[in-house]
Design a protein around this ligand. Structure first.
Ligand code: BES
Ligand code: ZN
Length: 632
């Protein structure tokens, strides 16, 4: 692996895929230019951009949102900095219809759309004049815009207005904005978005709090962010304040429930600041999207996007808010330099999330979450290749989505918890706080983090340092033996009940009325094998699980039902798979269904109906599982 200086840190150059070219061109070039203003050199992982030649600094978007043609149409003006001899600006674009490119004075520029590439998109190369400092790309999105979902009124809660939202992470920003779509490049942006006048537009930027008659909204993001944090949502949205600097957007009939559920948001911001320093983005708002949002949450700066499936009615799923909020430091301030370093975003964020949860709800609560996470991680690892269980990933020629496993999240978390365990909370917290500060608004590689960790912590105590087992965590498979232990007396209680039930004890002795969501999840997950249908009936009869309103509990119950072929739960299964499109819920259920012939048939029948309601991201995943053809 060729290692190059990058902001005083090291960046790995993905040169392997083309070893020949790499040696011919790359080595001499890199060798001669070890450092160019802190930018990664040469070809990048998952991007056509060459920021070492010309690097975009600011984006001005001017778009019209047309629900009839399902197109975003307008222009992106990109201001950039360039090396004197740079002859072109390379951008990422994927399925965009590029209409015209001109410079800052309006003169047309030659451009070339690259070859089709399913994963990375075609890319757009603009030929620069000697004095070109900005390019204006006139374009429209097409049906290939995988970031964007256009919802019919029926797919919303209100049922009267259409809705649109984007999901740019990891490499889908390029499907709705021509940009340098790599987390190693940061831009500031402003935007003017025109929408039908009955709708409100919000972005990962300064946001309006009410509608205006013109339907034109202006936005500004003054802090530099990577392209994967570009985000837009348009719909019948209303705003309600949660506190001095936080609030929630949702459709009018969802807003009261959302406001109640997120009541602790302001406390979370305070707890986070107390831990790792000031919140740097002024406001922290949330927008609750329709149920086809493919993720639980997305940390779009100033405005977290969230699934309505966390509105449980008892605030039991608000760890997700703590998680997305924590990204305001880990991820949005200090950003993984490549998707191979994804754990720097997610592992740090789970760690920070846990600390916020502990600060507000106590250690017993956060330990329940930790225990559930560790069990899921171990289970998930059984299905992963050993190489995919390293923290440092290798996603060359693969979709960065492949890295979105519990490894980055939970192995990452336990590694950081191991560091806390060895060095003590005080020293560890001081380290983390200064890390976020020192590298704010910068990208970070795994190797850069390790170098910093060694300098600030490990090298100061060789004995402690050895007991961390750093290499086993970062460059080795599985969960290392030095993994901290998690004890949750709370959760132990329910395992006893599950065991007794399997051995024949009647459920009538189980007093579950005080169980939290997490007790339920642990209880259901403790049945490792399929249950006999008679047992499933008893559980359902006693606890009404098929009628469960909590999405997490229902998901686990339905999964157990599919594995146990408990058919009375199938109507609830079909409803669940058609009423929401969160990939984390869809994937395990479809995967379990296709293990049997009849399940496969049912899966295909349900999917035929549900597919048009899913976001392209979820569609792509389920298409793959079911080997679905576009013509079906
Ligand atoms: N940034 C992620 C979501 C993501 C990761 C989208 C990679 C696309 C590619 C977000 O912060 C996240 O982790 N969401 C989780 C919830 C969280 C509580 C673990 C999710 O959506 O399930
Ligand atoms: Zn996350």
């Amino acid at each position: 692996m060729s290692s190059l200086k990058f902001d005083g840190l090291h960046v790995d150059v993905p040169g392997f895929a083309f070893p020949f070219l790499f040696f011919l061109f790359a080595l001499p070039l890199f060798g001669a230019e070890p450092n160019s203003g802190g930018l990664p050199q040469g070809r990048l992982l998952h991007s056509h951009a060459r920021p070492d030649q010309a690097v975009v600094k600011h984006l001005s978007l001017d778009l019209v949102v047309d629900f009839e043609s399902k197109k975003l149409t307008g222009s992106a003006t990109l201001k950039f900095e360039r090396k004197d001899d740079a002859k072109e600006l390379r951008l990422d674009s994927h399925g965009l219809e590029i209409r015209k490119v001109s410079d800052q004075s309006g003169a047309e520029l030659a451009f070339k759309v690259g070859e089709k590439n399913q994963l990375l998109g075609e890319g757009l190369t603009v030929t620069l004049g000697e004095a070109t400092t900005a390019v204006r790309v006139e374009y429209a999105t097409t049906d290939a815009a995988e970031a964007v979902q256009w919802l019919t009124p029926k797919q919303t809660s209100g049922g009267k207005q259409p809705f649109l939202f984007t999901q740019s992470q990891a490499i889908l920003a390029r499907t709705w904005v021509p940009c340098q779509d790599t987390p190693a490049v940061r831009i500031t942006y402003d935007a003017k978005i025109k929408v039908p006048s009955r709708l409100l537009a919000v972005m990962s930027a300064t946001n309006p709090q009410s509608r205006n008659e013109s339907g034109v909204y202006e936005f500004e993001m003054k802090q530099p962010i990577p392209a994967y944090l570009l985000a837009l949502a348009v719909g019948d949205l209303k705003f309600k304040s949660l506190g001095d600097r936080s609030g929630v957007y949702a459709e009018p009939d969802v807003l009261p429930k959302a406001t109640w559920e997120f009541a602790d948001t302001e406390r979370m911001i305070e707890a986070a600041e107390k831990l790792y320093g000031p919140y740097r983005w002024e406001r922290y708002d949330l927008v609750v999207l329709p149920p086809s949002f493919p993720f639980g949450g997305m940390e779009n700066p100033r405005l977290t996007f969230a699934t309505p499936t966390i509105l449980a009615g008892d605030r039991s799923l608000v760890a997700l808010v703590a998680h997305e909020l924590a990204h305001s430091w880990s991820g949005n301030l200090v950003t993984n330099a490549t998707w191979n370093d994804f754990w720097l975003n997610e592992g740090f964020t789970v760690y920070f999330e846990q600390r916020i949860m502990e600060a507000i709800y106590g250690r017993n609560y956060s330990e329940m979450l930790a225990k559930l996470n560790l069990a899921s991680l171990r289970e998930e690892m059984e299905d992963l290749s050993p190489r995919d269980t390293w923290l440092k990933l290798d996603l060359r020629d693969r979709n960065p989505d492949d890295g979105m496993t519990g490894v980055a999240y939970d192995k990452g978390y336990f590694f950081l918890r191991r560091l806390e365990e060895v060095f003590g909370r005080e020293a560890w917290d001081a380290f983390l706080k200064s890390y976020f500060d020192r590298f704010s608004f910068k990208s970070m590689t795994t190797e850069g983090f390790i170098a910093h960790l060694k300098k600030e912590l490990l090298d100061k105590d060789s004995e402690k340092s050895a007991s961390v087992n750093l290499d086993a965590w970062v460059f080795g498979p599985g969960v290392p033996e030095s993994c901290p232990t998690v004890d949750s007396d709370e959760l132990l209680k329910v395992t006893g009940h599950a065991k007794a039930f399997l051995e024949g004890t009647s459920l009538s002795v189980v007093d579950a009325k005080d169980w939290s969501t997490h007790h339920w999840l642990h209880f259901l997950r403790s049945f490792e094998k399929p249950l006999p249908v008679t047992r499933m009936k008893q559980l359902d009869g006693q606890f009404g699980l098929s009628k469960q309103g909590n999405s997490e509990i229902l998901h686990d119950w339905l999964l157990l039902s599919v594995r146990s072929q408990y058919e009375p739960a199938y109507p609830a299964l079909e409803r669940f798979l058609t009423e929401q499109g969160r990939r984390k819920f869809l994937e395990p259920l479809y995967r379990a269904l296709i293990k049997t012939e009849s399940g496969r048939e049912l899966a295909r029948k349900i999917y035929r109906k549900a597919r048009p309601t899913y976001h392209p991201i979820s569609q792509a995943t389920v298409d793959g599982l079911l080997e679905w053809k576009a013509s079906e």
